[in-house]
Design a protein around this ligand. Structure first.
Ligand code: PLP
Length: 285
């Protein structure tokens, strides 16, 4: 059955949800997106995602067409209309459709805002139990990766290469260090039990799940270090894992075919995953 999507003020069947071919999201990737997880029909860490949405649109001088309060209402209405228990809500905001294709910002054009939902059993996914292989690819993206832009061609190519190699994610490498995954933040656990992930900056997207996992870990007196790490260090690590709204915390069991740690999801990854799932279940809104 067709789910319900939201397009510029209307709720419509997904198959009928359309925007103009002149939309700047389509022509220039002139837009921003966000993805929030849904668990038990509630939005997970949604305020963090909407704060990042506000920041990202601000960084490209784009104004949200609706208030944050109204965006939350629309997200909740979509969840209700689609009877979504577990899955994702996708939001995209673009600079809208002008009369032609001029690079400079158009005047008097209302931004486009669309949303749709997808069903995904994030907690019981098969790869959550087995962990995933990752491959490495050069990070060929632009230098403002802190903006959650819809210009995702580099990640499309990276994740296609991963899929072709039978891997679940691609870790992107710059100057010999891992920046992040194609659609996730990258972590390792060192032999002396330090959780390491790259510090925020323009080189990576500030992951909302990353932020929550760091906080939850520190609250439990676990040691966290925010710094870049190399693949060499990851291969010598006890464990490796990724975080994202669409996977929560997921073990990495090999990198470019070389085993990480025991080659199975490790105890720290499993523990952080349990802690995050509990956080998601108990704090959803
Ligand atoms: N890094 C990149 C490049 C991403 O695309 C994503 C999610 O899509 C993440 C990290 C994880 O961010 P979050 O935890 O907010 O989903």
């Amino acid at each position: 059955m067709d789910s319900i999507a939201y397009v510029n003020g209307s709720f419509v069947p997904l198959s009928e949800a359309k925007v103009s071919i002149l939309d700047r999201g389509f022509l220039f990737a002139d837009g921003i997106y966000e993805v929030s997880a849904v668990l038990g029909g509630k939005l997970v860490d949604n305020a963090s995602h909407l704060a990042r949405l506000e920041r990202s649109v601000g960084e490209i001088q784009l104004k949200l067409p609706e208030s944050i309060e109204r965006i939350v209402e629309i997200q909740k209405e979509l969840i209700a209309r689609n009877k979504l228990d577990s899955g994702l809500v996708y939001i995209e905001v673009t600079r809208g459709a002008d009369k032609g294709r001029d690079f400079a910002f158009p005047k008097g054009v209302t931004p486009t805002m669309i949303m749709f939902t997808s069903v995904k059993d994030i907690v019981n996914s098969a790869s959550a139990k087995t962990g995933i292989p990752v491959i490495t690819v050069p990070d060929i993206r632009w230098t403002r990766r802190d903006i959650k832009s819809v210009a995702l061609l580099a990640q499309v190519l990276a994740k296609q290469a991963a899929a072709e190699a039978g891997a679940g994610e691609a870790w992107m490498i710059e100057d010999g260090k891992v920046t992040e995954g194609g659609s996730s933040s990258a972590f390792i656990l060192t032999q002396d039990d330090v959780i390491v992930t790259r510090q925020n900056g323009s080189e990576i997207l500030p992951g909302c799940t990353r932020k929550a996992v760091i906080k939850l870990a520190e609250e439990r007196q676990l040691r966290v270090e925010e710094r870049p790490f190399s693949i060499d260090e990851a291969l010598k690590a006890k464990e490796a894992f990724i975080t994202s709204a669409s996977s929560f915390v997921q073990a990495v069991i090999s990198i470019d075919g070389k085993q990480v740690g025991s080659g199975k999801p490790g105890p720290m990854t499993n523990r952080l995953r349990e802690i995050y799932v509990d956080f998601a279940r108990t704090t959803g809104t």
